[in-house]
Structure formats: structure tokens, C-alpha cells
Design a protein around this ligand. Structure first.
Ligand code: AMP
Length: 591
């Protein structure tokens, strides 16, 4: 497929608002493309060069792309800057200037999708002295040889600003439709995606080897598994009932989620967001090499700063200091980590995901025997609510967050929040026990005291997995420091779009809509019903329509934007609805 043809599809995708139509159009792209192009198409469409865990970045800032456009079109940098300000979008600026320029390319529209992808990969790979100029010139060459329409996407891609609105779920359905003629194989594709975290690989596999290969998909060492997540319930009785009377109950540690992959002396550690955090944890790497009795394995756990002498867990504020790029060795010596391992997904190269929890746990205990740094999580097995309660209380006294109960026969369910893991946390009166992670879909102009920051708060949404859309749940106006307001305003201004984004469902209108890309963490007192929000909106007993909203929402955390979360990893509408139900039950229990 020519890149020009793909750009044409991108224009059409940007103009439709129905998800079904998007799926159909994207599946048409896959069907028309060569099988060997599917992987590149997936990465380009998602605005990445490789699966996110590989951390490959273009390393091109706006100013550099502006320079490339200037070189390719013969306009001055000032002209490009002016056009960019006028259009509010680098791609449209490139397109407009390509239309105006007298510099006509020899071979416009002849670049294939794979050629485009490979060239862009080379640009990203340029490093060292003089690489900035090289990148600028190489991108200028691509834009120079492009039609105006291609130039638009060539300028947007390095800035991750394609904004086509195609989430992972939409992509998987489009693949299902393209290669099985129905959207029903989406679950099998999702499963494959959850165990390799590489949408490009999933697409390539179904294109080249068919759906059977997807159904047989196995865990691969050094490709991170999307971590299993826990549901929540407020009482021991409910947890045990949901787990058919008996469960393993583990301490819940609040630190860094670490997924350790090991083969011989090669070790990689992935975070909850699947970022490669190996360099940050030399102490854990050393322990994994020296202290584990097994090989070709994948272990899941949580790493915490721990004081060996007093045998106390250090608070999260201490542990978090290990998150750094510089002075790693010094901090590691000052604040050594312990990994509390709670699962094992591969051992001796064998995929253990489908084995029941109790078998995986035995294997885990076997390989960690004798290790000081890596220990199995502390747990009990119980069928008594009272015993569960007491274990919960002890965990809290030890400075931990609560407990996670595990169903004894359950498999490891990658990438999903399921009732095979249920968490229970301490809830303080008048406050939700959990923070929620919300997607920013808009923001407001500042008024009064805030006017100097030109920022008056955010419109935030939850993720509705079923509909693959973002539903508003809160107008967030407090908890910001001045520095955070400045940062939010600066970052969000670049994501402003005209009109409500396709995947956002809203009744209220913010002053500015923004493309759903960033996640913030929010604390609230309560979940209430609201006529103005679309989160979980449905008809009430009195005949009116209402959704959920947050009472007294405030931003929490040092970093305003959660860089470790994608919008699809935000709190879901289903979770908010369950939190609402739980809150009602706790209230009844209190009174
Ligand atoms: P939350 O982040 O509140 O949704 O709680 C789920 C998280 O708790 C998981 O993603 C893990 O990172 C963490 N966690 C801590 N201890 C455990 C444990 N024993 N079993 C499973 N997850 C745990």
C-alpha cells in the first residue's frame, strides 16, 4: 500500500464519528494492505514506532519539525511558525504550505507504507553529535517528496499527534473483521494482546498465520504481560462469597509493580504501565540473577523499601525516591528494595498462565526459597470472614494498604480487572478508599484568582470499556498547585481540538475540548448521582436520566499528569458504578 493511500484513509477516519464505521474503514485498510505491511500500519496509526515498552522515541520537538517543513517547502521558519499558529496543528500547517510552495517533488505519492515506516524509524534512531540537524534534514526529505496530504501525516507522526481516535479495542475489532470476516474474534485477539503487549505483533500474526495462531498465542520472555488487576469489595463476607467460600488472602503492598523477566544473566523489569524500568533497580536485577532458583521465568510482584533491621516497611513517600534517572546506585544503597512476589507466569520456558493460582504459588515459593531480597507475599488461606478481617487489620498496622484476596483455582488473567483478585483497602469516614484515575477531556478558562494562569480546572472522564468511549464524571477545580496549573495549561493547550472529540461522550461543554490523552489522579469524598455527567448514565426510578459524579474532587500526587497511564488504563465507568454500590453498602453497615 502506498503511504498516499493510507493518508487518504486517515483523512476519512478523522471525519467520521461512529466507532462502527471506524472499525469497518480500518479493516478495509488491513484487507487492502499487503500482509507484510500490517505491522507498520498499526504502529503508524497508533503514532508509535514500536510497542510502547521498547521506549523508542522520535526525539523531535515542534521546533525541529517546523524547520523540516521550512526546508521542504522553501518558506522561512517564521512563516512556518505563523502558519502553525494559524492552523493550531502542525500537520495542517505542513499541508497548507505544501499546497502553496512552488517546490514540486519528483516522486510525490510514490512512497510505500513500509518505506515510510522504515525511514521514520531511521530518523528516530539517529543519535549523537549532529543528530538534531540530521533528523531535521531527513524529515525534510520525506516531507519534500510528499504530496500535501502525505506531508500532513509525516509532520504529525513524530509529534505523536495523529489523533485518529483509534483505541486498542477498535484496532483489535478491525483486525478481527479484516481476517475472520466478523468482529467476534476480538476476545481471542485481546487475549493475545494482553500477553505480549504488542499490537503490531498481534496484527502481523493474524495477517500472516491466521486466527489459529492467535488462539494458540503463548507468553514470550522479555515481552511484558499486561498485568492482572484487582476488583474491589468492601467487606470480608462479600469477598469470601464471591470466591466460593475460600480464598488466599495476601498483604497488599504499595510500591512499584515489577514484572521480572529472567533468562540466565539477562534480566528485564517492567512497570505496571509496561515501561522498562530495569536500569532503576540494580539491586533487584542482582538478586534476580543470584538468588532465584530457576530460569526462563516471569515473576510478578511489588517492590518496596524495607528496613531489614527493624523489619519494617518504609512509607510510599520513601520508596518513591527510588524512581529516578540519576544517582541510582547511591539511592539503592540508602533505600534497598524488597520484592514481594505474588505470581509467576512462566517457569523453565513453560507458560503457567492457565495453571490454577495454588499451583503457580507453589512454583513461586520453590524458586524464591532462600532469597532475602525476593520473597513471596505474606498470605493466609481462609474461609472465615473473621480471620480475613484480622489479617486485614494486621496488614494495616504493619503500614500496608490492605489485602488482595485471590481465588485459589483461577488462572492469571492478563490485563483485566476481574473478581479472581479482589482488593480491600482501609476506608476513612467520608472519603473514598481509592483514588480514581481520570482522563482529561477539556479544560476551563481561569476566572478571578485563577485568571493569571488562564486555567480554571479540568473536565474529566472515565473509560467505558464496552463502548470504548470516555464519559464525563467530574469538573475538577481544586488540589492544583500554581506550578501544576501552569504545566497543565501549557500541556493541554497543545491538545485542544475543535469540538467534542469523537470518543468523548458529554453533556457539559468545557471552554476548550482536548484530545483524550492525559490521565490525572483524583481523590473524592463520595460518588453521587448527577444529571450533568455521562458516566454510567441511565434512567432513574423517578424517570429522569442521571450519571455518576464525584463529590469534592481534588487532584492528588506530585505530578499533575500521570505519565505512566494511558487513557484506556483510567478508572472505568464500571468501576465507578461498583464503587457507588460498595459505598451504599458500607453506609448501611455503618449505621
Ligand atoms: P490498585 O492499584 O489499588 O488497583 O491495587 C492493585 C495493585 O495492588 C496491583 O496492581 C499491584 O500492583 C498491587 N499489589 C500489592 N500487593 C499485591 C498482592 N499481594 N497481589 C496482587 N497485587 C498486589
Amino acid at each position: 500500500m502506498l503511504f498516499g493511500e493510507l493518508s487518504g484513509y486517515y483523512d476519512r477516519l478523522s471525519s467520521i464519528s461512529s466507532r462502527l464505521e471506524m472499525i469497518e474503514l480500518m479493516s478495509e485498510v488491513f484487507r487492502k494492505a499487503d500482509k507484510g505491511e500490517v505491522k507498520s500500519i498499526i504502529y503508524i496509526t497508533q503514532g508509535v514506532l514500536a510497542p510502547p515498552y521498547e521506549g523508542v522515541e522520535f526525539g523531535m520537538a515542534e521546533k525541529m519539525v517546523e524547520e523540516s517543513i521550512a526546508i521542504a517547502t522553501g518558506f522561512s521558519k517564521e512563516d512556518v511558525e505563523k502558519e502553525y499558529r494559524k492552523q493550531g496543528d502542525m500537520g495542517q500547517a505542513a499541508q497548507a504550505l505544501k499546497e502553496k510552495t512552488r517546490m514540486r517533488p519528483m516522486r510525490a505519492g510514490r512512497l510505500s507504507v513500509n518505506e515510510f515506516y522504515e525511514t521514520m524509524g531511521k530518523i528516530a534512531g539517529m543519535s549523537g553529535a549532529g543528530s538534531k540537524e540530521k533528523k531535521i534534514n531527513a524529515l525534510a526529505a520525506v516531507i519534500g517528496a510528499s504530496s500535501p496530504q502525505e506531508a500532513k501525516y509525516a509532520a504529525k507522526y513524530p509529534l505523536d499527534e495523529l489523533r485518529l481516535g483509534l483505541g486498542d479495542a477498535t484496532m483489535l475489532e478491525a483486525l478481527s473483521l479484516a481476517y475472520t470476516q466478523s468482529r467476534e474474534k476480538k476476545a481471542a485477539l485481546e487475549n493475545a494482546y494482553n500477553i505480549c503487549s504488542d499490537l503490531g505483533l498481534v496484527g502481523e500474526t493474524i495477517a500472516l498465520k491466521g486466527i489459529q495462531a492467535i488462539e494458540r498465542f503463548k507468553v514470550t520472555l522479555f515481552k511484558p504481560i499486561r498485568p492482572a488487576l484487582a476488583e474491589r469489595l468492601p467487606t470480608a463476607d462479600e469477598i469470601l462469597e464471591k470466591m466460593h467460600g475460600k480464598a488466599a488472602v495476601e498483604q497488599k503492598y504499595d510500591g512499584f509493580r515489577c514484572q521480572i523477566h529472567k533468562e540466565g544473566r539477562r534480566v528485564r523489569i517492567f512497570s505496571r504501565r509496561l515501561e522498562d524500568t530495569t536500569e532503576m533497580f540494580p539491586d533487584l536485577v542482582k538478586a534476580a540473577i543470584e538468588e532465584i532458583r530457576g530460569d526462563k521465568l516471569i515473576i510478578d510482584g511489588e517492590a518496596l523499601a524495607y528496613n531489614d533491621e527493624t523489619q519494617e516497611f518504609l512509607p510510599f513517600q520513601e520508596t518513591i525516591q527510588r524512581k529516578r534517572k540519576h544517582g541510582i546506585a547511591e539511592k539503592a544503597a540508602e533505600l534497598p528494595l524488597h520484592l514481594f512476589a505474588f505470581d509467576i507466569m512462566m517457569l523453565d520456558g513453560e507458560d503457567l498462565m492457565a495453571k490454577p493460582y495454588h499451583e503457580r504459588r507453589e512454583a513461586l515459593e520453590r524458586v524464591l526459597k532462600g532469597s532475602m531480597t525476593l520473597q513471596p507475599s505474606t498470605r493466609i488461606i481462609t474461609s472465615e470472614p473473621k480471620e480475613l478481617e484480622e489479617f486485614f487489620e494486621r496488614s494495616i498496622e504493619n503500614g500496608l494498604e490492605g489485602i488482595v484476596a485471590k481465588e485459589l483455582d483461577s488462572r492469571y488473567i492478563a490485563g483485566a480487572r476481574k473478581y479472581s483478585w479482589i482488593k480491600m483497602k482501609r476506608s476513612y469516614k467520608g472519603e473514598l478508599s481509592d483514588t480514581v484515575d481520570l482522563v482529561v477531556v477539556g479544560y476551563y478558562r481561569g476566572k478571578g484568582m485563577r485568571s493569571e494562569f488562564k486555567f480554571g480546572g479540568l473536565l474529566c472522564a472515565t473509560y467505558n470499556e464496552k463502548r470504548d468511549v470516555f464519559e464525563t464524571v467530574s469538573r475538577l477545580g481544586s488540589g492544583f498547585t500554581e506550578a501544576q496549573m501552569v504545566e497543565l495549561k501549557r500541556t493541554l493547550a497543545k491538545q485542544v481540538v475543535k469540538g467534542r472529540p469523537v470518543r468523548v461522550d458529554a453533556i457539559v461543554e468545557p471552554d476548550f475540548w482536548v484530545y483524550p490523552k492525559y490521565v490525572v489522579t483524583v481523590k473524592a469524598d463520595e460518588i453521587t448521582k448527577s444529571p450533568t455527567h455521562t458516566c454510567g448514565r441511565r434512567k432513574q426510578e423517578d424517570g429522569t436520566e442521571a450519571g455518576f459524579a464525584l463529590r469534592f474532587p481534588r487532584l492528588v500526587g506530585d505530578e499533575a499528569i500521570r505519565k505512566d497511564k494511558s487513557p484506556e488504563e483510567a478508572t472505568t465507568t464500571k468501576e465507578i458504578s461498583e464503587m457507588y454500590e460498595n459505598q451504599k453498602r458500607v453506609k448501611v453497615a455503618d449505621s
